[in-house]
Ligand binder design. Structure first.
Ligand code: PEP
Ligand code: CO
Length: 446
């Protein structure tokens, strides 16, 4: 079947918003088609190259950010999310000695798949919240009505967020001389905070040593700027189609809403519209793999999304749950290994470990760590490469996940701020980075 930016329209598209007035949707997507791209094809190709290195075990991928971003994110909140990711990346890079490829769930992560179309509170039934790109979180009919104008606001908010991220990562804030400033105040006093401080002192001593040896650290660009990429779940297909452009250099199509796009667990049907849309764009792609995926499913996903077997093109993000990882992963890893598909294997230890405690959706640090540990163990056994981690986190001092500085579920209501799934706070994220760096260290040691 020939691919075009709208060939997905011939297939079933799950999890799409229901708009009252389809002509209003057409009017907005038409305007979006005329807007400048948010990212450039050349940047997506740089990420492809970096992920190719990850697939060979020469780098590690850290993909992280909000479950659902808000249109109201302040500059501080964006900066703090970036800070945690930079800080985790330094821990991973320094401890394991391999480069960390940094990809945010940011500047576009505004649409959510839901297991139920509606939500009921005290006998009132309304459409579920589907992310700020679709509707609002407040529980009234007006707020829950899908509004196509929100697609334009998603584009504008993505542009503003990306602008700030570019300024921070290229304008001095991500300079290696700033490593100490990335420590969050509220995390600095913890054991990991202190361990991080010690690590930054070692880095600064090494930089002074290099200078004393006559190496011009001021001129070494890689010490002063960072490559930071964006990603989100490509869920609302009219939006993604409207931001798809043909690259003038290569003639290839790119979805210019983000560098990397992924397909969620609920929309990865092989004959579905999401698979069809994404197979035709040349961005690096991700696909979530839940516990019901068979080896045959995974092989088909590889064939569909990466028929040319380009290293870095396809990242498979397993999210099976801590208790299932030891049984579920081995057949999948073996199938992909034996079919010689060059995938980047990533663990998402969040989405298979959600439960409710004290009336709040939460995840326990120990289960998150256990799934990561199982992921590394399964890869060691299969002789495949554990390429990275995919996390939901925030720089704010929230109390959404249990463990670390959130000791008891009675604390969950204190600062439970997420619009969707529970996120690690800065201190829990840093704790996790140190744990994961030990696993990568073992990977490197062989
Ligand atoms: C998510 O990443 O927020 C998500 C909905 O994940 P999944 O598709 O794996 O359930
Ligand atoms: Co989520």
């Amino acid at each position: 079947m020939t691919w075009t930016p709208n060939s997905w329209r011939n297939l079933e598209a799950l999890q799409q918003p229901t708009y009252g007035d389809p002509s209003a949707l057409d009017e907005v997507t038409k305007r979006l088609t005329d807007r400048p791209p948010l990212v450039f094809a050349g940047e997506a190709r740089s990420l492809l190259r970096d992920l190719g290195a990850v697939s060979r075990g020469e780098a590690f991928l850290l993909q992280a950010g909000d479950c659902a971003e808000s249109f109201e994110s302040s500059a501080d909140s964006i900066r703090d999310r970036l800070k945690v990711i930079l800080q985790m990346a330094i821990v991973l890079t320094y401890s394991a000695g391999v480069p960390t490829v940094k990809v945010g769930r940011i500047a576009g992560q505004f649409a959510k798949p839901r297991s139920s179309d509606t939500e009921s509170i005290d006998g009132t039934e309304l459409p579920s919240f589907r992310g700020h790109m679709v509707n609002d979180i407040g529980f009234s009919e007006g707020e829950r009505t899908a509004d196509p104008q929100r697609l334009m606001e998603a584009y504008n908010t993505s542009a503003a967020t990306l602008n700030l991220l570019r300024a921070f990562t290229k304008g001095g804030y991500a300079d290696l001389n700033q490593v100490q400033a990335w420590n969050q105040q509220h995390a600095a006093a913890s054991e990991s905070g202190k361990r991080y401080l010690q690590l930054t002192e070692e880095i600064q001593r090494a930089l002074r040593f290099m200078q004393a040896c006559g190496i011009s650290t001021a001129e070494e660009e890689s010490l002063h700027v960072v490559d930071f990429y964006t990603s989100h779940e490509a869920l609302v297909l009219p939006y993604e189609e409207a931001l798809t452009r043909q690259d003038s250099l290569t003639g290839e199509w790119y979805d210019c809403s983000a560098h990397m796009l992924w397909i969620g667990e609920r929309t990865r049907q092989l004959d579905g519209a999401h698979m069809e849309f994404l197979r035709g764009v040349s961005n690096p792609l991700g696909c979530k793999i839940g516990p019901t995926a068979t080896a045959a499913d995974v092989e088909q996903i590889c064939e569909t999304l990466n028929p040319d077997r380009v290293p870095g093109r396809l990242t498979l993000i397993t999210r099976v749950g801590a208790d299932k990882v030891a049984d579920t992963l081995p057949p999948l890893l073996a199938a992909v290994r034996d079919s010689e598909h060059p995938v980047v294997w990533v663990t998402d230890p969040m989405h298979g470990n959600t439960y409710t405690a004290n009336g709040h959706k939460t995840r326990h640090f120990d289960s998150i760590l256990k799934e990561i540990e199982g992921f590394f163990a399964a890869h060691r056994e299969a002789g495949t490469t554990p390429g990275g981690i995919h996390l939901e986190l925030t720089g704010e001092d929230v109390t959404e996940c249990l463990g670390g500085n959130v000791g008891s579920d009675t604390q969950l209501p204190e600062r439970y701020e997420t619009m969707c799934d529970p996120r690690l706070n800065a201190s829990q994220a840093l704790d996790l980075a140190f744990e994961v760096s030990d696993f990568i260290g073992e990977r490197v040691a062989g």
